[in-house]
Design a protein around this ligand. Structure first.
Ligand code: BEZ
Length: 254
């Protein structure tokens, strides 16, 4: 077994090719945000800035933060105001009318630290609107990676290090930090993978495969695909991932 770099890293080109759907499918969350002209909005986990740009185009003044320097460089090329920041350590003080987040909160494993940082970033009466992976998200894919780790002698815990809460769990966390939950839903969203399961696995779960040496990696990838084919691949060879989204709007009191 090789000595893997366990941190998730992002290549903007791979991301563009295999994960464009992340922002393409973010419009529902954006509709819940309903950005207004003149508002100041923080995009938490802005990635390459595709949705951040849409918020700006709605007339709001937007700042994006993300932990990935590589994706932020792409966002900066769009002319956006972006900063590198860990979502657990937001440093803003009562500056924003709204904090928005799409497909990022499930990467942040200490949700109370995140929600506390959002609370402090918001003005009184401000709103926190977002969408991320909810309970059951990509559960078949995680199970297949875990099974492949058992078969090939790998570390199963590298299969899925994500935070996928239920509606009740996330509502409780928001309420515990002073938010009123206006609406929240867990929404199944089967997601076609235009570049297949391999593209998804190598974009989003590289550290799992990097624990194996090169020759063994290909075998483990084959194993995961084989385990998933019955449930996530159709007769024409098209792959669909079993996404579940948790979408919410919460507000602070004035
Ligand atoms: C998601 O958006 O749900 C997701 C993205 C990458 C890895 C796992 C989940």
């Amino acid at each position: 077994m090789s000595n893997p770099e366990r941190r998730q890293t992002w290549s903007p080109d791979t991301y563009q090719e295999n994960a464009r759907f992340v922002s393409d499918l973010g419009n529902a969350a954006l509709n819940w945000l309903a950005p207004q002209k003149g508002e100041r909005i923080l995009d938490l986990g802005c990635g390459d800035g595709a949705l951040t740009k849409k918020i700006e185009q709605a007339g709001a003044s937007v700042t994006g933060v993300d932990a990935s320097e590589e994706l932020l460089a792409r966002a900066a090329e769009r002319g956006l105001d972006v900063r590198r920041m860990d979502g657990h350590q937001l440093s803003f003080k009562h500056e924003f009318d709204a904090v928005f987040s799409n497909a990022a909160l499930h990467w942040m494993l200490k949700p109370l630290d995140v929600i506390e940082g959002v609370r402090q970033a918001l003005k009184p009466g401000g709103r926190f609107v977002g969408e991320f992976g909810g309970h059951g998200n990509v559960s078949s894919i995680i199970t297949a990676m875990r099974a492949a780790a058992r078969i090939h002698g790998g570390d199963e815990d590298l299969a899925g290090p994500w935070f996928y809460p239920t509606v009740d769990e996330y509502s409780d966390l928001l309420v515990s930090r002073g938010f009123e939950v206006r609406r929240i839903s867990l929404i199944p969203r089967p997601t076609p993978l235009k570049t297949g399961m391999r593209g998804w696995l190598m974009t989003f779960r590289k550290p799992f495969f990097e624990q194996f040496d090169d020759a063994h990696q290909a075998e483990v990838l084959d194993e995961v695909e084989l385990l998933l084919a019955n449930s996530l691949r159709d007769s024409k060879g098209n792959w669909t991932a079993d996404y579940m989204r948790l979408r919410f709007e919460a507000r602070l009191g004035k």
